[in-house]
Design a protein around this ligand. Structure first.
Ligand code: TXA
Ligand code: MG
Length: 314
């Protein structure tokens, strides 16, 4: 049986013993293990039923520690780190040999991030190894943004869930790296592209990527609820499928004729992002056949939200 708790020392003890523990971050909950212990890392893949060609992000509490595990930090990425870390951004950097191949699926770069969550940062400060952690959901399902979400799906398989409340950002980190002297975005996420471009100038976005060998995990179908997800004009779609059991996930407008969750009545994209995964889970739990939803404005966090909705519907 799993334990949900607030005890950082218990979490640290399990991790140091090679066990897997769920940890809160500002983006989503992670399923963490000692990244330097291949046997512990393998357990993550088993618990998530995740294919081993999908590499993991390592988490630590300070950019100074990062240099123990990566060879160098190119200047533009250093600027982003100085400006945004801790925060919802992940860096692809040349790995040192100490990082096991199982973490990177044999790739030469390792993904590293500095999460912004008081509890997890206190935990990371105690550890002399980084934590490898994918989102704490079964592979292909919606990412968890509360300890209860983790418990529902993986609770029976792990000894401890560190409860840090609801994730404030609610959508995974933005993944950045460099090719030559160009900054590339490999996954849209909790740090908006606009903010990144304010620091490093124009970037290339390459996050739709069955053709993207640098990010093998960015599969087209992901974040998928049991219900079919349809994206478009809500009135037209609900009319077209009126014989089916439908729920509506809308941005600002209320749809009283259906089971409906409004992501942000005030039209705030950050609020919408923080509620997205919880809302998808809640609607999916109603056992509807179809979740009808709409595209959000393609700006700021709206871009990451649209990306997740597209994957949920694929
Ligand atoms: O916000 C987040 O990033 C959360 C929290 C827990 O930190 N983590 C997360 O991990 O979203 P995960 O495993 O669900 O997604 C990580 C993605 C993978 O899809 C993978 O393709 C990409 O990061 N990735 C990891 N290491 C990589 C590498 N060495 N090269 C290219 N892509 C990598
Ligand atoms: Mg994930």
């Amino acid at each position: 049986m799993s334990k949900i708790g607030l005890n950082i020392d218990i979490a640290a003890q399990y991790l140091s013993n090679g066990e897997v523990v769920a940890i809160p971050t500002e983006t989503v909950y992670g399923l963490a293990a000692n990244a330097l212990n291949p046997k512990a890392v393998v357990k993550i893949f088993d618990i998530k039923e995740r294919p081993s060609f999908d590499p993991l992000i390592i988490h630590t509490d300070s950019p100074e520690k990062a240099l123990l595990w990566v060879k160098e930090i190119p200047a533009p990425l250093q600027l982003l780190m100085d400006k945004f870390c801790p925060g919802p951004i992940t860096f692809l950097l040349p790995k040192r040999d100490i990082i096991p191949d199982i973490v990177t699926s044999g790739l030469k770069r390792v993904a590293i991030r500095f999460p912004s969550h008081t509890m997890t940062n206190a935990l990371l400060e105690k550890l002399d190894y980084p934590l490898a952690a994918p989102s704490a959901n079964p592979f292909g399902y919606i990412s968890p943004t509360t300890a209860a979400h983790v418990d529902q799906q993986l609770g029976a398989k792990i000894p401890y869930i560190l409860d840090g409340g609801s994730c404030s950002v609610g959508i995974e980190s933005t993944i950045v790296g460099m090719e030559g002297d160009k900054v590339i975005i490999y996954r849209k996420g909790g740090m908006s592209i606009e903010k990144i471009e304010e620091v490093v100038g124009e970037v290339e976005v390459r996050s739709h990527s069955s053709s993207n060998p640098a990010s093998p995990g960015m599969l087209k179908s992901h974040y998928a609820p049991k219900a079919k997800v349809l994206i478009g004009e809500i009135d037209a779609l609900t009319e077209e499928h009126k014989s089916k059991k439908i729920a509506v996930l809308s941005f600002k407008k209320k749809y009283s004729n259906f089971s409906n969750i409004v992501l942000s009545a005030g039209g705030d994209l950050a609020e919408a992002a923080s509620r997205l995964f919880g809302a998808l889970r809640e609607l999916d739990a109603l056992n509807v056949e179809i979740i009808v939803t709409e595209k959000l404005p393609e700006e700021g966090l709206g871009r990451a939200i649209n990306d997740r909705l597209a994957r949920a519907s694929a």
